[in-house]
Every structure is written in C-alpha cells, then in structure tokens.
Design a protein around this ligand. Structure first.
Ligand SMILES: [Zn+2]
Length: 216
C-alpha cells in the first residue's frame, strides 16, 4: 500500500505539551479512539510521569476491567501483576489496575490507572478567554437588582444632603444675628433640636462648625 494512502493513525499530542500546559479546571478523560468519556479528575489521586499515567480512585462507568492477571517483565513496574482496563465503547486498551506492585508503586495498587497515550484530556472551561467578560452586565438579574439598590442609595444620599445643607444655612443665620450673650432658642425651623450659643459665639470655630452646638 502506498504510504500516502495509509489511514492516519490517531496520535496523542506530544507529552511535553501536556505537561507544560497549566491546569486551571477539572479535567475530563476521553477514549482516544472513540471519544467516550472514561473518567474525570474528581476521582483524581495522582499523576505519574514515569508511568505516563493518571490515577483515579473510583471506577468510571465506561471502562471494563479485564479478568486476566498479567505479569510485568520489564520497566518501572517489573515484577508487578496487573489487569488491563478497556474502553466500553470501542474495547481499546486504556490502562491498568495493578494488583501487586514494588514498594515505590504501592500508592497505585488497586486503583484505576489511565495511560495518557490512550486518552484525550479536556479541561472544563478551556474555551473561555479569561480576559473576556459579558458585554452588558445589566442583562444579568443579579446586576439589575444591584443597580436598583445603588439608585435607592443615591436618592437617599441626595435627600440627606439637602436636609443637612438646609440645617447648616439655618444655623449660620442664627449665629450671624446673635449677640455676644448666650442665647437659647427653643427650636430650629426644621426640627426640635435645641441650640445653645454661648459667649463668644462669633468665634470662628463655631461659624465653621455650627452643628457642633446642636443638642437633643
Ligand atoms: Zn473507546
């Protein structure tokens, strides 16, 4: 068969690209051949660079654990025994469940180890540009409610500001028309506050802060 006519084999991305990519969200593992979801990082235990595998503690629904106990004769797990894991969709090999291990691999024993050369990895939210934001935040109900609350606060501040300004004007008039003797007024025009203006009421500090003399 001509080389150009051979069906292109499915190859996973180079391992170094996967390692360098920063992980910011949950991961979904899919069968490389049929794209069936065969696990996710909510069951994540660890990833092992030497084994080129990710280890899950729970058995995903879409995998099948074989029955034959095999014996490793080479590699990092030499001397171990394991059972193969297969994809329920296409029956492809996905990884192993080690039954006996050397001491340094004890942490993966009886767990579900997916070989990264047999699965695709999809990170949830990977399509979202982290710098993007909704163009109109007011389309969100919570934002509308926040805007209504802000408008109410603005109105309240304006009303209070008007009342304070009126009070200040009234007090300034009183101070300017009072003699040096202490004078007690029973009330202001706007409320029942009692005003006491002591001797030296023309003092600059009193003119500047007339509300310091409001009692009641
Ligand atoms: Zn499959």
């Amino acid at each position: 068969m001509d080389q150009a006519n051979k069906p292109s084999a499915i190859k996973p991305p180079p391992q170094h690209n996967r390692v360098l990519q920063e992980i910011t969200g949950p991961l979904v593992f899919q069968c490389l051949k049929c794209r069936l979801i065969v696990g996710d990082s909510f069951a994540f235990v660890t990833a092992d660079r030497e084994l080129n595998s990710v280890v899950l503690y729970a058995k995903p629904h879409n995998i099948r654990v074989g029955t034959d106990l095999l014996w490793s004769r080479e590699g990092i797990d030499i001397g171990s025994t394991y059972i193969m894991i297969y994809c329920n969709g296409c029956n492809s090999t996905l990884g192993k469940v080690w039954r006996t291990t050397p001491r340094k691999l004890d942490y993966i024993r009886d767990l579900y180890t997916l070989n990264l050369d047999c699965v695709m990895i999809y990170q949830l939210g990977d399509f979202i540009d982290p710098n993007s934001a909704p163009s109109d935040i007011h389309t969100l109900p919570s934002s509308k409610m926040q805007q209504i609350s802000i408008n109410k606060l603005k109105d309240m501040i304006l009303i209070l500001n008007e009342r304070i300004t009126a009070l200040e004007n009234t007090l300034n008039k009183r101070v300017n028309t009072t003699s040096n003797d202490s004078t007690v007024f029973s009330s202001t025009e706007d409320n029942n506050a009692c005003i006491v203006i002591p001797r030296g009421a023309q003092d600059k500090s009193i003119e500047t802060h007339p509300n310091h003399r409001i009692l009641g």
